[in-house]
Design a protein around this ligand. Structure first.
Ligand SMILES: *[C@@H]1O[C@H](CO)[C@@H](O)[C@H](O)[C@H]1NC(C)=O
Ligand SMILES: *[C@@H]1O[C@H](CO)[C@@H](O)[C@H](O)[C@H]1NC(C)=O
Ligand SMILES: *[C@@H]1O[C@H](CO)[C@@H](O)[C@H](O)[C@H]1NC(C)=O
Ligand SMILES: *[C@@H]1O[C@H](CO)[C@@H](O)[C@H](O)[C@H]1NC(C)=O
Ligand SMILES: *[C@@H]1O[C@H](CO)[C@@H](O)[C@H](O)[C@H]1NC(C)=O
Ligand SMILES: *[C@@H]1O[C@H](CO)[C@@H](O)[C@H](O)[C@H]1NC(C)=O
Length: 781
């Protein structure tokens, strides 16, 4: 007992000290760059400890303040420090940088309000693009069986049929990971051949929120939330037949993109305080360090900030640093672009060594129109299994049926306890949402005794991702302008009436894909000379495995599969594609794999027209990057834009921040401009007159001998020239460099609303077997 008290006191000491000096202690990452080599793990830890001892008053204090010592690829530690200690450490030799850890969350549009889906036809629950993969790519890649994908998320539900290891071959010999045991998770949950590793990282979380509450989450890799199970099964779930959702609705086949890929689970996000979820920077950093050491080939990270802007600079962003270490080890890192669209400049994970994934639709909708009493039929979307009777119901506007003492602004959103029971009973209610998220209108209309409701989308928000919203009542979602029409109808008549036609699944809808409204948009706020996001993939209404312990439905029914939206869902699609390319080309660098995925992407929808946003306006590379991924083509791109760790350091020279990554790296006197990084897309910001951009392509085409021709579509008021404009290759692996000269002929771009002009250039070989396409984005000085 006495010992315990002393421990507690020691832990409190820094805090007490902080009060006296008014110092705020926070979690910081102290970063040393790469490990120099031969040190044993305990020596590394001792070195880190000695740095801490030098700024703390006692050994014990130093020990108590240390959360993690990063020993594998990343050299650094996470500790609880005061601003004074931070400034002392920052000045020490060998310390590259000291920066605050951050708090992050999952990139799902909404995680808990969603419900299961209604599917009335036999359908693959996976997006068309994987359906069309064809056995060719999958069999060439052996379905990904030699590749390990690390999923950094909320854990996994290992019993899901999607993670069965039936018939799988032995685990790849290169695998060095472990199965960390904990509550409801022991070694037999991942000594299978499917989930081959599992670890969890919780130290910073518990530093902030105290010991994990065992009734809110498992202190192990087991997923109580569902998000990690969903993303992991999207990457590498097995084919599961007769998947049904939401009390028996819908039957289909669920499958991940690389069905035989091996999964390694790194749990970093924890539930607390009801349904809150937090993922801490120091924990994520530890997961990335472990994943590199374990030998994953691809990382899928559907986490990040939630907010309107990317806040952190490269030098204090754990994802940027973690991914740089990963890419040095030839690991492809796919990250979700974020769900803060359609506002410009919201894209996150903007470092060029990350593949940043936007979200778009699949060719499926859940259709549930509204019929008004005057005969008008209005488009609506819904996946609710609840149905109205075949008759008209009285229709009211939520603001007009507010409960006593409830403001119209509050009631119009159908927020909890806002509606009058007397005025709502047996009627259809028109509710409006203010933002892109929903807040329980389902339950409120039910509480008030309503027969059903129509949800009017907010002005900026998307409507498609709301389709899966309701399930306890018949309901449908309409776009903002249609909500106004319904309101006009309510205003125009004494006894407004309406009905909602039961939801049904419609396949092969056009146009598809289109960009999801929520998908975060460029330009890149840190370095506008790199286009971000890089690519788009399905992220709208995606069905995948779920945990039975987080029922999405109000009736608490357990579900094993679930439909949700977000760049969280599109990221694992691209991770799966990267795994398949890696399986076919095991020696390719992570940059080459990213290039292959980007230069083979499509910017055309199934109407044969340019990709649009959800309102039908033509989208730009700031929404979709290089376009919609096409995994089959990515395996055979013809040419790749390769880049090495050295190139990334050179790139950091041009940003003036290389010293925060590698103090010994000698930048050239005049570092190349950042647009000269050998990237598969091309952006030049604030162009003044003329600029020449350098690129090098490597021939990876099967035949070896080939000739490529240059074509381009310049941005408005620009000219685009390549020199040389013909590239002749005699062998595989051969590199050819060229320059692209961009010249402003007029200042037309300046007059555009967003100030950017877009175009493309491409290299095409003789029989157009390979088309290697790069988007161009230019702004003028
Ligand atoms: C792991 O737990 C399961 C129950 O979930 C049990 O059947 C199994 O024997 C345990 N395995 C080990 C190695 O403890
Ligand atoms: C743990 O969580 C449960 C369920 O949310 C709650 O009822 C309980 O009070 C929590 N316990 C603590 C110690 O916070
Ligand atoms: C599919 O599952 C349902 C139970 O959810 C079952 O009744 C039905 O027979 C199954 N169909 C097939 C083809 O296995
Ligand atoms: C409907 O009528 C109300 C007044 O009753 C008015 O404030 C509102 O602007 C009208 N809306 C439309 C869309 O006509
Ligand atoms: C029904 O009312 C709405 C709103 O006033 C109007 O836009 C629509 O044209 C009307 N439909 C018919 C068929 O009159
Ligand atoms: C563009 O470059 C010219 C000289 O080449 C310089 O005089 C001018 O100030 C520059 N304009 C801007 C907006 O940077």
């Amino acid at each position: 007992m006495a010992k315990f008290l002393i421990m507690v006191l020691l832990l409190l000491l820094p805090l007490l000290g902080s009060r006296a000096e008014k110092q705020v202690f926070e979690v910081y990452i102290v970063y040393f760059g790469e490990h120099s080599g031969e040190k044993a793990l305990h020596e590394i830890e001792e070195t880190h400890h000695s740095y801490l001892v030098s700024v703390k008053s006692t050994e014990e204090e130093a020990r108590a303040s240390l959360l993690y010592s990063y020993k594998h690829s990343i050299n650094g530690f996470a500790a609880v420090l005061s601003p004074d200690e931070v400034s002392k450490l920052s000045e020490m030799e060998d310390v590259m940088s000291v920066f605050r850890s951050g708090e992050y969350t999952i990139h799902t549009t909404r995680s808990w309000e969603f419900v299961g889906l209604l599917m009335q036809e036999e359908e693959h629950t996976i997006p068309t693009h994987f359906k069309k993969l064809g056995s060719d790519l999958l069999s060439r890649a052996k379905y990904g069986q030699d590749v390990v994908v690390g999923v950094i998320d909320t854990g996994v539900w290992p019993e899901s049929q999607s993670f069965s290891d039936k018939g799988m071959g032995p685990i790849p010999k290169s695998w060095k990971g472990i199965c960390q045991s904990g509550p409801a998770f022991n070694s037999s949950h991942c000594n299978s051949r499917k989930i081959i590793g599992a670890r969890y990282f919780i130290k910073e979380f518990e530093h902030h929120y105290g010991p994990l509450n065992a009734s809110e989450d498992y202190r192990s890799s087991r997923d109580k939330n569902g998000h990690g199970t969903h993303t992991a099964s999207t990457v590498g779930g097995r084919m599961v037949h007769n998947v049904s959702v939401n009390g028996g609705f819908g039957r289909g086949i669920a499958s991940g993109g690389a069905p035989l890929v091996r999964l390694a689970i790194y749990k970093v996000c924890w539930q607390f305080n009801g349904k809150s979820l937090s993922c801490s920077g120091a924990d994520i950093m530890a997961a990335i360090d472990a994943a590199v050491a374990d030998g994953v080939h691809v990382m899928s990270i559907s986490l990040g900030t939630r907010g309107q802007r990317h806040e952190k600079y490269y030098t204090d962003d754990i994802f940027v640093i973690g991914a740089l270490h990963a890419s040095r080890n030839n690991i492809v890192v796919a990250c979700s672009a974020g769900n803060d669209g359609p506002t410009p400049s919201t894209v996150s994970h903007i470092a060029p060594w990350i593949i940043t994934v936007a979200a778009s639709s699949v060719d499926r909708k859940f259709v549930s129109p509204v019929v008004l009493g005057n005969g008008s039929k209005i488009k609506g979307q819904s996946a609710t299994p609840s149905k109205l009777e075949k008759k008209m119901y009285p229709l009211v506007y939520a603001a007009d049926v507010a409960d006593q003492d409830v403001s119209k602004d509050y009631a119009v959103q159908c927020l909890p306890h806002s509606l009058s029971l007397d005025k709502v009973k047996g009627k259809i209610v028109l509710c409006m949402i203010e933002y892109t998220s929903v807040h329980g209108e389902d339950m409120e209309v039910k509480r008030a005794g309503g027969a059903g409701y129509i949800l009017g989308s907010s002005r900026a928000g998307g409507v498609d991702e709301l389709a899966a919203h309701a399930n306890v009542l018949p309901a449908t979602v309409v776009v903002y302008t249609d909500a106004i029409r319904i309101l006009e109808y309510i205003n125009s008549t004494k006894n407004p009436i309406a009905t909602i036609i039961p939801a049904k699944t419609v396949l092969h809808t056009k146009p598809a894909p289109f960009m999801a409204a929520f998908s975060s948009r460029g330009p890149n706020t840190i370095d506008p000379n790199i286009i971000k996001p890089d690519i788009t993939a399905p992220g709208l209404n995606i069905i995948a495995a779920w945990t039975p312990e987080n029922s999405p439905s109000a009736n608490r029914a357990k579900v094993e599969y679930h439909m949700i939206s977000g760049t969280s869902m599109s990221c694992p699609h691209v991770a799966a594609a990267a795994a398949l390319v890696k399986a076919i080309h095991p020696t390719w660098s992570s940059a080459a794999i990213r290039s292959a995925i980007m230069t083979t992407a499509s910017v055309i929808n199934n109407n044969g027209l340019p990709l649009t946003n959800d309102r039908g306006n033509v989208a730009t590379p700031f929404a979709y990057g290089s376009g919609h991924f096409q995994p089959t083509k990515a395996a055979d791109p013809g040419l790749v834009y390769d880049a090495s760790y050295y190139d990334y350091l050179l790139y950091l020279c041009s940003l003036g921040s290389v010293k925060k990554f590698d103090k010994t790296f000698k930048c050239p006197k005049a570092p190349p401009s950042s647009f000269n990084l050998n990237y598969p897309s091309l952006a030049v910001s604030k162009l003044n007159g003329t600029v020449s951009v350098k690129r090098t392509v490597t021939n990876v085409g099967g035949g070896g001998k080939s000739i490529y021709f240059f074509t381009s579509q310049p941005p408005v008021g620009m000219s685009v020239r390549a020199h040389p404009s013909i590239l002749v290759f005699d062998r595989v692996g051969q590199k050819k460099s060229f320059t692209i000269t961009l010249r402003a002929i007029s200042d037309e771009i300046l007059r555009k609303k967003d100030g950017y002009g877009f175009g493309w250039y491409k290299w095409t070989d003789a029989h157009a077997l390979h088309v290697v396409r790069s988007p161009i984005a230019v702004s003028l000085a």
